[in-house]
Design a protein around this ligand. Structure first.
Ligand SMILES: NC(=O)c1ccc[n+]([C@@H]2O[C@H](COP(=O)([O-])OP(=O)(O)OC[C@H]3O[C@@H](n4cnc5c(N)ncnc54)[C@H](OP(=O)(O)O)[C@@H]3O)[C@@H](O)[C@H]2O)c1
Length: 302
């Protein structure tokens, strides 16, 4: 399988996550990293020491796609330069609604003029989370979506959950559902060999948790969750095709850069299947994100 040569422009948090995602991908090859002159001398992580670092993409030879990982304020300038050099781009500038539409229109104009493809809004938010929101709306058209963001910092340690046998450490948080009901989320780090179902039922039957809906989530490390965890709870309730009380729930804990990096790499796989002009993640056929493994993805997930 011929790998697509990928350049990463900007080596901050997102650029680093993209580099990891590209290196792990059997369809992609990390051709090099493009940095500002003042950053060129900085040392790369030890697993990237062999990767070329250059001040401009044109110094990397043939490049199939560039992943734009610079601050949102710089994204258009950088993207314009790449497109003028007839290099396809993938980007995920933090823009939403009308601002994202205008950004996409301008990139579409440039990409069409220079006869190359571009994929915009290909991160976590905008990106994969936007697709979840859109699918929730398709499934429950007569409903209401509630979004609550939470970080590990808003969670508190719970001695009640920690005193359950088999629980090493626990964090809990409270959230309101779309219809105003209180829900408790309890994250637990378990001793080896502990059955999560026993822990869940012990926590739920504790008098402190009785009376409220309590959801228990086993995690590998509470410390990691506290350090890097971001979280979102997306909930849509309402009527679908005449049936009332339909409910969809997405509970996510994640590193934003890591998920955005995974989506950027997936969009890079889709670039050879795109025509000229700019599309968003919303426009793209989902299967194209599997690139050459599209058929395998459909077999596995459909
Ligand atoms: N859609 C999503 O889900 C999502 C997720 C994460 C991030 N983002 C967006 O992606 C962008 C990058 O995020 P990040 O977390 O990687 O930011 P960051 O850590 O600040 O890194 C940005 C990098 O861009 C380069 N850069 C180029 N021009 C710059 C300038 N004028 N000022 C500062 N840096 C400049 C620098 O790399 P060099 O030093 O190598 O030149 C810098 O390290 C942001 O716009 C962010 O909003 C979107």
């Amino acid at each position: 399988m011929k790998r697509l040569r990928v350049a990463i422009v900007g080596f901050g948090k997102l650029g680093k996550a993209c580099a990891e995602a590209v290196r792990d991908d059997e369809q992609l090859f990390l051709a090099g990293i493009v940095r500002r002159p003042e950053s060129l001398g900085e040392k790369l992580p030890s697993n990237m020491e062999q990767v070329p670092i250059v001040p401009h993409t044109s110094e990397l030879g043939e490049v199939g796609v560039a992943l734009v990982c610079v601050p949102t304020t710089e994204a258009l300038v950088v993207a314009r330069d790449l497109l003028q050099h007839r290099i396809s781009i993938v980007e995920c500038a933090t823009l939403h609604g009308k601002a994202l539409q205008e950004h996409k229109e301008e990139l579409n104009r440039l990409a069409t003029h220079h006869n190359v493809p571009a994929i915009v809004g290909a991160g976590w938010d905008p990106g994969a989370l936007s697709l979840f929101r859109a699918i929730f709306d398709l499934l429950i058209p007569g409903g209401q979506t509630e979004t609550s963001w939470h970080t590990a910092a808003s969670m508190h340690h719970t001695t009640a959950a920690k005193s359950v046998r088999g629980v090493k450490e626990a964090l809990s948080t409270e959230l309101r559902t779309g219809d105003g009901k209180l829900q408790r989320y309890v994250y637990v780090e378990l001793e080896k060999g502990t059955d999560p179902a026993n822990v869940e039922s012990a926590i739920r039957s504790d008098h402190l948790f009785l009376g409220e809906e309590t959801l228990v989530f086993p995690v590998e490390s509470i410390k990691t969750l506290e350090e890097e965890g971001r979280g979102v709870l997306l909930e849509r309730r309402g009527k679908a095709a005449g049936a009332g009380h339909q409910a969809l729930l997405l509970e996510a804990r994640y590193s934003e850069q890591a998920l955005a990096g995974a989506v950027m790499a997936a969009a890079a796989r889709a670039i050879p299947l795109c025509g000229r002009g700019a599309v968003s993640l919303f426009d793209l056929p989902l299967g194209n994100l599997w690139g050459m493994l599209k058929k395998r993805g459909e077999q596995e997930w459909f």
